[in-house]
Design a protein around this ligand. Structure first.
Ligand code: SAH
Ligand code: SF4
Length: 444
């Protein structure tokens, strides 16, 4: 087997895990390809947080049937990540073209499982209840040479009532602080400019290892490795400390961007969701953040149509979203997940009502994003360039400190690829809802 293709669904943790899968397959002497027809091995890294991710996987695997007429020959198809962990053997029963099922705790075994499936011509299923490894200790194949995902915790102890993550990723476990810092130091020496610290709730980092959260400390330590940019996700509002806000405000390498999921603006719904904060707690936190961190860009997650959500509950969500003037919000229609407490709750909201609420919310979010972006016109900021934009090879794309996409024309006579992985100042000229148009240079 010479070639592989990885398809990744879901969150940043899955993107990180996919980079490890790529590293493992490369170490076997395999190389990546872009089309399923050319691949000897196809790996799906899956997500089961919402129903549509489940459906996408099933659709994509079904579309590969043509490569395995009668179920024989063709590529080895492996399904891992959260759906693999949740469904195990059940997946093989439902999708007979799948050859390997693995979970979230045994990524390092994938090459062995693929080999066994191939040589024995027999499907392999291996799902473990607990991790004996941190995937970040495995060799990786970074998507961008200048960026690295760094899990600082895996798993989650929060059990928000709608969420399947604690069941498929296990209990929260932190990696030792020194290990993370030396990994970042090595990455910086290897040319990495930006790291994103990952965890389902980074703010509780260290609680299991040290008896108390030490997120502010790890943030400062990573920021002082010489890496140009530090980002992190996700922050649970109940655990975001003043020490972390101070680290964000004081460490120049920590980017002024925060993803702070609110989920709902109604105390009644927040309680049913088991989020353990009130709307006033959240609003107070946002006020402290905006006053401590100049130019902070804020994003959030919102769930619409949680069981029993009334018009009044939803109006409170609209109100909190307006008050927080987010730069971006990921809005989700509630989807019941088997095995979670919310799936047993009464009060399913009518689909049409949910859709209408969702549309109203999206409108408010877009208006707020555009309004924030307009205020940036005329200012100078720094962009970390990723390369040419997908739509236009003459436009460079990159990210501002606030994580906004910036589009910049390639200077005449220059090649877009020369700019990939460089941080340069730009002047913002025009604001759109989801991106800024800018030109290279400073005002002076
Ligand atoms: N640990 C992160 C990410 C969790 S999953 C966090 O706490 O934010 C990402 C988002 O998916 C959640 O924030 C939530 O808004 C959404 N989500 C999770 N379960 C969901 C469900 N059953 N239905 C709809 N949205 C859901
Ligand atoms: Fe899910 Fe809540 Fe944990 Fe996030 S904090 S992963 S929403 S249980």
């Amino acid at each position: 087997m010479d070639t592989y293709l990885i398809r990744t669904f879901g969150c940043q943790m899955n993107k990180h895990d996919s980079e490890r899968v790529a590293g493992l397959l490369r170490a076997q002497g395999m190389r990546p390809v872009e089309n399923a027809e050319d691949a000897d091995v196809i790996v799906f890294m899956t997500c089961c947080v919402r129903e549509n991710a489940d459906e996408r996987l099933r659709g994509q695997v079904a579309s590969l049937k043509v490569l395995k007429p009668g179920g024989v020959g063709g590529p080895v198809i492996a399904v891992g990540g959260c759906i693999g962990q949740r469904d195990g053997q059940r997946l093989l029963d439902q999708l007979p073209h799948v050859d390997v099922v693995f979970g979230t705790h045994n990524i390092s075994h994938l090459p062995v499982l693929i080999d066994a499936a191939y040589s024995q011509r027999k499907p392999q299923v291996e799902v473990l209840d607990e991790s004996f490894e941190f995937a970040s200790d495995l060799p990786g194949e970074r998507e961008h040479p200048w960026h690295a995902w760094i899990p600082i915790t895996v798993g989650c102890d929060n059990f928000c009532s709608y969420c399947v993550v604690p069941y498929v990723r296990g209990r929260e476990r932190s990696r030792p602080l020194e290990q993370i810092v030396s990994q970042v130091e090595a990455l910086v020496a290897d040319g990495v400019l930006e790291v994103t610290l990952l965890g389902q709730n980074v703010n509780s980092y260290g609680r299991d290892l040290y008896g108390e959260p030490r997120f502010a400390e790890i943030l400062r330590a990573v920021a002082r490795t010489g890496v140009a940019r530090v980002r992190f996700a996700t922050s649970h509002p109940k655990d975001l400390s003043d020490a972390t806000i101070a680290a964000m405000a004081e460490e120049p390498a920590v980017m002024p961007y925060l993803h702070l999921p609110v989920q709902s603006g109604s105390d009644r719904v927040l309680d049913l969701m088991n989020r353990v904060y009130t709307r006033d707690d959240y609003l107070g936190l946002v006020e402290r953040l905006y006053s401590a961190i100049p130019g902070l860009a804020l994003s959030t997650d919102v769930i619409v149509g949680f069981p029993g959500e009334t018009e009044d509950d939803f109006n409170r969500t609209m109100d909190i979203v307006q008050r927080c003037h987010y730069d971006q919000a990921f809005t989700f229609i509630y989807s019941p997940r088997e095995g979670t407490p919310a799936a047993e709750m009464d009060g399913a909201v009518d689909r049409a009502v949910v859709q209408a609420r969702f549309d109203r919310l999206v409108e408010v979010v877009q208006a707020s994003a555009l309004n924030n972006n307009r205020r940036l016109v005329g200012t100078v900021t720094e962009v970390l360039f990723e390369g040419p934009s997908k739509r236009d090879p003459l436009i460079l794309t990159g990210r501002t400190p606030g994580n906004k996409v910036a589009h910049v024309p390639v200077p005449p006579g220059r090649c877009a690829d020369d700019f990939a992985g460089r941080i340069l100042p730009v002047i913002i000229e025009e604001a759109q809802t989801w991106f800024l148009s800018a030109r290279l240079g400073t005002n002076s």
